[in-house]
Design a protein around this ligand. Structure first.
Ligand code: FSX
Ligand code: SF4
Ligand code: F3S
Length: 386
């Protein structure tokens, strides 16, 4: 990074810090954290600082359908470092039913005005699933069904972002009742892409981590385009890895140490929650690496002692029973694994698994895992037999 670039970034930081009345260092930390979240190379934080300083804020029209407003709540509830201030500075939130002062006809007029003024340039953010049964009559706003409103707003949008699991793939409202023999949810709740018939950027999670939305918006602002996504429309920077790969309890998983009941000795000692139904091994998200809720390090479901329920993963969250054990997917070694040759000269299970993965010996690795998963049960059975 050149000195001029650093100077410019520092000037930009001073400008934004003054405008938002936040500490300059706090703003630079935000830029660095966003660059890290996005997986950008060193120096990107300066580009982010300059882009935010220019404040060419993209207009955002935010729709709400079948949901609990948790996505908006999680964006606005963070206290440090004034996330909501940054969000509202990075984007121009021109229509948001639960935040805007306007109501009724005024709200409708505000939406039409924002769409007209920013035709072809605004970002459409959709929160909530779209009920599709009986022509969508289960969710109407201003006399329009969610289906019609979504299609109308999406037609002139520069980009569409589905925020939360509900908008991404149907989420909680799409849960099929288990006792009625139904094959869909009562209202036919669907994701945005299914209704529009085209892929959109999705930021699943119930609610999603606010930084994943913010980083996506900052990427748009800095580079003029949305970040790279996977086949489900999820930004790769946030959903490229399985939670289990970077979980702080992973060493316990590898060593075969599991909590078997809430409050048992293993649970109190912070052992792996796999046997309590943790879906970390089949859920793609960055919860374990960036934490949640902006209230301190290691604040995410598993760190709090509850198994991940896979809230961000279609086919897992709100679909699989909470205490059903997860399917083990792509067991690649996490970055935190020890080296292949231990300092003491011994090889650990972790290093053996890393070697197996490198050699592509997946079957061997799986066998080892199965052995470890059974370890604790065997030990307990033996104990009982004594
Ligand atoms: Fe709620 Fe959002 Fe869950 Fe859904 O988040 S937190 S039900 S994903 O649409 O408001
Ligand atoms: Fe962490 Fe869950 Fe994986 Fe255990 S199963 S290591 S608690 S993500
Ligand atoms: Fe959801 Fe699991 Fe993350 S429950 S918030 S995907 S840890």
């Amino acid at each position: 990074m050149s000195e001029t670039f650093i100077e410019e970034a520092t000037e930009a930081a001073a400008e934004v810090a003054g405008r938002l009345r936040i500490d300059r260092r706090e703003f630079l930390q935000f830029c660095a954290a966003t660059a890290t979240t996005l997986g950008l190379s060193s120096g990107a934080e300066a580009a982010i600082a300059k882009a935010v300083e220019k404040a060419k804020r993209p207009s955002v029209i935010w729709l709400h359908f079948q949901e609990c407003t948790g996505c908006s709540e999680s964006l606005l509830r963070a206290e440090h470092p004034t996330l909501e201030k940054l969000i509202l500075d990075v984007i121009s939130l021109d229509y948001h039913e639960t935040l805007m002062a306007a109501a009724g006809h005024q709200a409708e007029a505000a939406r039409k005005a924002a769409m007209k003024a920013n035709k072809g340039k605004y970002i459409l953010v959709v929160e909530g699933a779209i009920p599709t049964k009986q022509n969508g009559i289960y969710c109407k706003i201003g006399g329009h069904t969610a289906i019609d409103m979504l299609k109308e707003c999406a037609a002139d949008a520069a980009a569409v972002i589905a925020i939360g699991s509900c908008a991404s793939w149907g989420g909680m409202p799409s849960t099929i009742p288990s006792i009625s023999g139904a094959d869909s949810s009562p209202t036919g709740s669907s994701g945005v892409a299914d209704v529009l018939g085209k892929p959109v950027v999705t930021i699943p999670g119930c609610p999603p981590n606010p930084y994943n939305f913010l980083a996506t918006a900052v990427h748009f602002l800095t580079f003029g385009k949305l970040p790279d996504v996977d086949q489900l429309g999820r930004p790769k920077f946030a959903y490229g890895r399985i939670i289990h790969e970077h979980c702080e309890r992973r060493a316990h998983f590898d060593a075969g140490r599991f909590a078997l009941a809430f409050g048992d000795e293993g649970h109190r000692k912070g052992y792996c929650l796999y046997k309590l139904g943790c879906k970390g091994p089949e859920t793609y998200a960055n919860c374990s690496t960036i934490g949640f809720g902006d209230v301190g390090e290691s604040n995410w479901p598993v760190a709090c002692g509850h198994p991940c329920i896979g809230c961000s993963e279609k086919g897992v969250g709100f679909t699989k029973p909470i205490h059903m054990t997860a399917q083990l997917k792509g067991m690649s070694p996490p970055a935190s694994y020890p080296g292949i040759v231990e300092q003491q000269g011994k090889s650990s299970f972790a290093s053996a698994a890393a070697l197996a993965a490198i050699a592509g010996a997946a079957a061997g690795g799986a066998a080892m895992l199965a052995k470890n998963l059974g370890k604790q049960d065997e030990a307990q059975a033996q104990k009982k037999g004594e």
